[in-house]
Structure formats: structure tokens, C-alpha cells
Design a protein around this ligand. Sequence first.
Ligand SMILES: Cc1ncc(COP(=O)(O)O)c(C=O)c1O
Length: 417
Amino acid sequence: MTDPSPPAEEDPKARVGRNRRTRRPPFDGLPEWVAPATRLVHGNRRPDPLAGSVVLPIYQTSTFHYPAAYSESAEHGGVYFYTRLKNPTVEAAAELVRQLEGGEDARLFASGMGAISAVFFSLARPGEEVVALDNLYGGTQDLLRWAGPQFGIPVRWVSDSEARTPERAIGPATRLVFLESPTNPLLRVHDLARWAQRAREFGAVTVVDNTFASPVNQSPLGLGADLVVHSATKYLGGHADLLGGAVVGSERLLERIDPQDTLGAVMDPFAGFLLNRGLRTLALRVERQNRTGREVAEALAGHPKVERVYYPGRGDAEQEAIADRQMCGRGGMVSISVAGGLDAARRFLHRLRLVHIAASLGGVESLASIPGETSHRHLSPAERAARGIPEGLVRLSLGLEDPADLVRDISEALDAA
Ligand SMILES: Cc1ncc(COP(=O)(O)O)c(C=O)c1O
């Protein structure tokens, strides 16, 4: 049998969610009181009946045996059927992400954009307003700018200053709200509880991209958001060796997202294995990156070639108060505007000896990029200026190197720029 479709006579509605949720074998329960660091190590433990392996094997298979007809198999505990629908390795990683974000359910995708587009295509409807920050990740903006008009979905873009008053940004027509905090590349924070509260008053769904903060530093669901999305490619995976995405939220909402698994952007088992492995050390990595972020931000603020340091909450009482309320660590992302503009920023990058010049973030090695040439290259110089992004802005993703080495490398490269 090669066709993974269930028999034609089965009522498709009965299938919704069943493969993913109702028949999953239990993960070993953990006591309520365990901290996230413990949860990351033990939260998806399952007995391995074959060999008793401590590390979950990679179920690198597209399909699974089942004893008889599809429906009978489901009745008799035939939990797995076809990897596009469900796979034990991927499911174990999803379980950790679910627990960390405090949701009822989680699903993993082939990339962050796979997760974000699944949310958009499942929840946005023609004629119904989507509200989005105009400093969302560039790929999310590209999706909304392309698919919004294509499917007749009006998108209302909210600038950073308008975002201070969600009461004005969200109205009765709003059905879906896309937020990110801290933002890329200026590390601005938005008051997620206030946004979620306003959206709830109008019955709109709030989606928060928690990629930059990571669930160690920020819990959007606890602040009232309905869905959290991640590029698992970044901090969750943590080693710059996988592509992945996640959506976490209530069972009721997750059942509405790609309910028949037909969008197809699912995580593959090997990426699931790498994500399981990366997640084990998430708390440790993020705690260290929080410390390094603070140290580097402070050290660079005094450097004569740095016009301004961008770090969550920094230099603004209102931002500081929001970050204090909703984040328990400020993260390992720091941006700087280099005196002398784009040319000086380029010279700075080429003088770095430890920090790699590369896009992306959240890995063990520190990376530097110029947002105007990478994540925000699709914007014109005028649009970047309107969003407060200087041409000489450099975004740093700080890794796990010794913080003093990073400060030295960055400072010396600035000296020479
Ligand atoms: C905040 C944020 N969200 C989503 C994405 C998209 O994730 P992916 O590249 O895994 O599709 C990125 C990628 O850089 C990102 O930075």
C-alpha cells in the first residue's frame, strides 16, 4: 500500500486532529514544580520498548505499518500512519516546545515561514482585516504583502509609534493580529498583554512571533496571546544546523490550522531529531546569551565609533518598563549603528575575527549582518529610514563564546573600521 490517504468512505471531519492529538502515547509525566531547564531535559521522555535507549531514536521513515484497515488501526492503537501527519521524533520535539510555551498543543513545520504561512492561510479570510506591525520579520511582511492582495485579505500595517496604542490599531473589523517582540533589527518591545487584551475585546486572534525572545525569556500565551510562532531555526534549534518552525496554542485553535495536514510544510524526522537535541540545552544557552547580550551592549555603548546601541528596553523608560514586565531576560541580540554609515559598517564586518558575517541568529557562534543588506533589503532606503533603521546598522547575534572575547573582537573591529 503506497497511498497514504485513508479509505474514501471515512468521514474526513472525524479525522481532524485525531492523528495528531487524541491518540498520542503519553510522555512520562513530570511533577508540576519542575523548572524549564529540567523540563527541557526530561519533558518528552518516553520508554523505548525495543532497546531502552536514553535518546529517542530518529524515526526516519515516511510511513508506518498498521495491522488492518486504516480505521481499525486507529481503533487499536495504530497511532502512526504517515510522517506528513505524525512522526514520533517530530512529535517529541513538539511536545517540548508545547510545554515550554505553556500551550495545549504544538505543531512543527519545515521552517518558521512554514509555520507562519500555515497560520495565515488557515485563519485569515477574504475581506477580514489582518493587523500587522510594519517591523515584523521581512519574510512575514513579504507573505502578507503577496498573499493579502492575492486572496482579498486587507492588511493594516502599524508603525512602531502607532504600536504604542493598540486601542487605536485594532478595531471591530480586525480578525487576526501579527506581533513580534523584541523586533528585528531595532529590538523594540511591544506591550503584548495590552495588545492581546484589545484583540480579545473584538474576538480577534493574536499571534506572537517569539523567535527573538525564546520561551526562556518570554511567554506570550501567559500574557494573553492566542498563538505563538517560532522560527525553530534560531534559538530553539540553537546550532544553525536545521530549518524548522513551530505553532503553539490552544487545541481549539490548533485544530483550525491546516486541519488535514495538506499544506505539506511539515518538519522532517532528522530536523526533529536535531531540534530535540538542541532543545536540551536551550535554557543554558539563553541564560548565557542574556548575560553576554547585556555585557556587550554595555561595553559598546562607550565605544566612540558606536552612535547608538539597540537592546531591549535600553535607553527609554517606557520600553524598559515593558521589557521588565514581560521578559525575564533580554536575550543575546544587540544592534549598533556604526558612525560613518554603510561603508563604515561594511568595514567593521570585514575586520571581525571571531564573529561570522552571516544572516540568521540564535546559534552557538556569533553572527553579524547589516539588516539593510539582509533581512530588510526589500525595503527602500526611504522606507528603512521611516522605520528608524540607519544605513550603518549592524545586527549582532551573540553566541556562546567567552563574552570578553566577543567584546574584544567587536571593539577592535570597530577601532579599525
Ligand atoms: C523573527 C523571525 N520570524 C520568522 C523567521 C522565518 O523563519 P525561517 O527562516 O525558519 O523560515 C525568521 C527568520 O529569520 C525570523 O527572524
